[in-house]
Design a protein around this ligand. Structure first.
Ligand code: FAD
Ligand code: NAD
Length: 403
């Protein structure tokens, strides 16, 4: 009997998990050996990470063990970190071994974009993974705990700088501005001692987003004590704060870097042609020149032809790509090479949270503010859980406090 072709999926994020789920639903495991590789034995929802980073949600709510979501009798799971892809040998090099593939799906997500700014890697925190956000939360708590326990007061311990007022920066500031009063209460510190700066290089927060909604968000966050420094690029991050473009400094022990993302360095280092770490994929989601490699999620670059600019990388697109990718894999396994689907993103909208009960968003043609936007955000979060693991997963991990 012929050996089954091997499909290897790299990364158990939105793209990788949903591709695996779709392949199992379509019974592709009967005709192919499917292997999922991920650094951790759990899947986490990147889109929720601003919450555990600020400490408004426990990190366990954002993650789930892979064995509890995927049937490991039907799919192999390898817990390991991918180091390199050797396309000419059809091999993936892991920290602890290697894997052969016939078809590869790359869904390794993104890394923080530093733009080569000095000190970012050494001194700033990033909202990237469960490990990174757990450290941010503990660091913030430590700043509060140590402030009052020292005779000489260090005000920079109570100054928090969030670099970049894009969606990640704004969502994090939204959570942090709700957590700070709780921390002040817990550690006996007056609220006016604490500073939160949202520092943005562009002439507005959330550049490119609806102006009215941006204004609503900024007013709300300012009312919670957030100070915006707009049109103020950060030039350097130091051990004791940030240096701004005009030469002034903010002294801070906590700089959270949210100035955008680039695709996983594994992709770049494996010889693919990339732009900011992302591969401009073909319409069927394969890498140009490789008929056995699909690239999805934050590692893939898709051009919005209406404006001739890349779509911002989002979970929404990663999830949609998993449908096309799994359908195309099924066709290839069945030998229907001329039946491959074209990927076309269907952008349903954008909703950004501003803490637990407020948000802003556009869904279809509708603008949403406040509580209704926040409810919509939770429904979107729950919808993903439903697609991944049905109602039981929603009940276990979902946001059930919708209003
Ligand atoms: P990810 O979901 O990030 O998953 C990548 C996976 O690969 C991870 O499990 C990681 O552990 C694993 N991995 C990485 N490197 C390796 C390696 N070398 N070896 C093995 N495994 C590895 N998008 C939206 O559409 N809506 C939102 O509301 C939204 N909110 C966001 C909020 C925040 C705070 C952030 C940071 C992002 C948000 N995004 C949102 C963007 C969205 O999270 C990403 O676009 C999405 O996660 C991309 O999916 P992915 O599958 O490519 O990568
Ligand atoms: P982003 O690119 O959306 O925003 C980064 C911001 O940092 C920009 O406003 C940019 O002008 C600013 N910036 C860049 N360099 C700077 C500097 N030196 N100093 C100060 N500011 C600087 O990136 P992000 O917020 O990290 O988001 C990453 C991706 O995830 C995006 O595609 C975003 O759409 C998506 N996302 C979506 C949501 C949502 O839909 N709710 C939430 C978070 C992230």
């Amino acid at each position: 009997m012929d050996k089954k072709p091997k499909i290897v999926i790299l990364g158990a994020g939105y793209g990788g998990m949903m591709t695996a789920t779709r392949l199992l639903k379509a019974n592709v495991h009967q005709d192919a050996e499917i292997t999922l590789v991920n650094k951790h034995n759990y899947h986490y929802q990147t889109t929720w990470l601003h919450e555990p980073a600020a400490g408004t949600l426990h990190h366990d709510k954002t993650r789930m063990r892979i064995e509890n979501v995927l049937d490991l009798n039907k799919i192999n799971f390898v817990k390991d970190a991918v180091k390199e892809i050797k396309t000419e040998d059809k091999k993936v090099i892991l920290e602890g071994g290697e894997l052969d593939y016939d078809y590869l799906v790359i869904g390794l997500g993104s890394e923080p974009e530093t733009f080569g700014i000095p000190g970012v890697k050494e001194h700033a925190y990033a909202i990237r993974s469960v490990n990174s956000v757990r450290q941010i939360r503990e660091h913030i708590e430590y700043m509060f705990a140590s402030y009052n326990n020292e005779i000489e007061k260090h005000e920079d311990k109570l100054t928090f700088v969030v670099a970049g007022a894009g969606f990640t920066g704004i969502e994090f500031v939204g959570e942090l501005s709700e957590r700070i009063p709780e921390l002040c209460e817990e550690y006996d510190i007056a609220r006016d001692k604490v500073k939160i700066y949202s520092v943005e290089a562009a002439p507005t927060a959330l550049p490119g987003f609806d102006e009215e909604l941006v204004e609503y968000a900024m007013n709300l966050l300012e009312s919670r004590g957030v100070e915006f420094l707009i049109e103020t690029p950060i030039k350097e991050v130091k051990e004791d704060g940030v240096l701004l473009n005009d030469g002034s400094e903010i002294k801070s022990r906590t700089v959270v870097w949210t100035t955008g993302v680039r695709g996983s360095s594994v992709v770049e280092n494996s010889g693919f042609e990339t732009m900011r770490g992302r591969v401009k994929v073909e319409k069927d989601l394969r890498a140009p020149g490789y008929d056995d490699v699909f690239i999805i999620g934050d590692c893939a670059l898709i051009i919005n032809e209406e404006i001739n600019r890349p779509y911002p990388p989002t979970a929404q697109i990663a999830i949609q790509q998993s449908y096309t990718c799994s359908n195309n894999l099924k066709s290839l396994i069945q030998g229907k090479d001329d039946h491959l689907e074209t990927f076309k993103p269907e952008i349903k909208g954008t909703v950004a949270s501003l803490g637990g009960k407020e948000a802003i968003g556009i869904v279809g043609e509708r603008k949403l503010y406040g509580g209704s936007a926040s409810a919509m955000k939770k429904i979107i979060d729950n919808r993903y859980l439903y697609l991944l693991g049905g109602m039981p997963l929603v009940l276990k991990k979902g946001k059930l406090n919708i209003f």
